[in-house]
Ligand binder design. Sequence first.
Ligand code: FES
Length: 119
Amino acid sequence: MTRPVAGRPTLTVCRGCCCGTERKSPGVDHEAVLTTLSQAAGESATVRVADCLGPCEKADVVVVGPSPEGRRSGARPVWVARVGTARVADALARWAGEGGPGIADAPPAVLARAFRHGR
Ligand code: FES
């Protein structure tokens, strides 16, 4: 994956003890989800893989970090649960490509899976 680049949103894809595992999400093609995220995001967003982010019960978790512009408009990271299909991964990546949190409205597939975590 790539390092975050200033000026664009970041998709942090959890691949810890539960997310991305057959044990937690049987039948999910985790490699296809990650490939879809990376390809759909293209140059518009940074995609990176992280170890366990904490809320394992929500696997498979992706956090959409706002761009600096989105953060200045008040946006905070959006936690998304059950990103287990290419359709949801594509919606996530396209949203990030459109500017992500604070810039563009999240699509229904993302809103339906968004949850609060941490502070
Ligand atoms: S493995 Fe993803 S939140 Fe724990």
